[in-house]
Design a binder for this molecule. Structure first.
Ligand code: HPA
Length: 284
């Protein structure tokens, strides 16, 4: 069975169980759940029940796809049209042993279902010393150091081109909208380059010096394969990192997954507020 019939199986499963047809989606990273609880009329699909959907094993990751509505787009001064949203709560990672094809399965299914814009959130280590633990960062670009690419292998021409352009992997227009929304809400939004590594070990201080030298501001173990697959299929992307810890060697302390989850939980409310305001503003 080829990939495309796997996407069709998942699409058929979802479409037969909900009337919602979201055009925007969010992927929630480690400890960053919360938005899904805010959706109106939500319908949940456990990954385990969706054909071929990989089940995340990472601690702090729920494993469900949630469709629902946000009080959304302004029609006129009297009326808000509900915005249909898809939320991927918990992702599969390369470090869990999943292939790049598995890690990007959900993004491709959403693309085939008609999603045109995705906000990717993640936990990341701060490399740029002007960043602070607990801050949010708008990803301007990425550096793929995972050693994997979801487009390696035969190209599925029905999804996208063999050699997709990545010069605006994170939509310039959406970044401008994100800045605007952050300003309106009084949320401090840093900006920078996200370096993706395989993990699961955290970096050594020397690796962090190297990443700083090549132009990275934050480092994490996700998002980049998904953003590549999204660009391939024509979905426009936003990336938001939560700086859950300063990267290795910056502070005289060790990095722990507990710290990452703790910080994620502490910024969750700010992130939810930001996402709720941003989603209806994305032109699709
Ligand atoms: N390094 C890599 N991935 C991460 C980190 C880090 O310091 N923090 C959260 N995800």
């Amino acid at each position: 069975m080829g990939d495309s019939s796997m996407f069709q199986d998942a699409k058929a499963f979802i479409e037969s169980r909900t009337k919602l047809r979201p055009s925007v989606a969010v992927v929630l990273g480690s400890g960053l759940g919360g938005l899904a609880d805010e959706l109106i009329g939500s319908e949940e699909f456990l990954y385990a029940n969706i054909p071929h959907w990989p089940v995340s094993t990472a601690v702090g990751h729920a494993g469900k796809l949630v469709f629902g509505m946000l009080p959304g787009r302004i029609l006129d001064e009297h009326e808000l049209a509900p915005l249909e949203v898809a939320v991927i709560c918990g992702r599969a990672h390369l470090y869990e042993g999943y292939t790049a094809a598995q890690v990007t399965f959900g993004v491709r299914v959403l693309g085939i279902l008609g999603v045109r814009a995705i906000i990717f959130t993640n936990a990341a280590g701060g490399i740029n010393t002007s960043l602070e633990r607990g801050g949010l960062l708008l990803i301007t670009d990425h550096i793929n150091l995972t050693g994997a690419n979801p487009l390696a292998g035969p190209n599925d021409d029905s999804l996208g081109p063999r050699f997709p352009d990545m010069s605006e992997a994170y939509s310039r227009a959406y970044r401008e909208t994100a800045r605007q929304v952050a300003r309106e809400l009084g949320i401090k939004l840093n900006e920078g380059v996200y370096a993706a590594v395989l993990g699961p070990s955290y970096e050594t201080p020397s690796e962090i010096r190297y990443l700083r030298t090549i132009g990275a501001d934050v480092v994490g173990m996700s998002t980049v394969p998904e953003v590549i697959a999204a660009n391939h299929i024509g979905i426009r992307c936003i990336g938001i990192s939560c700086v859950t810890n300063m990267a290795a060697g910056i502070l005289p302390r060790k990095i722990s997954h507990e710290e990452v989850l703790e910080t994620g939980a502490a910024v969750r409310d700010t992130l939810v507020k930001f996402l709720k305001a941003l989603l209806p503003r994305l032109e699709t």
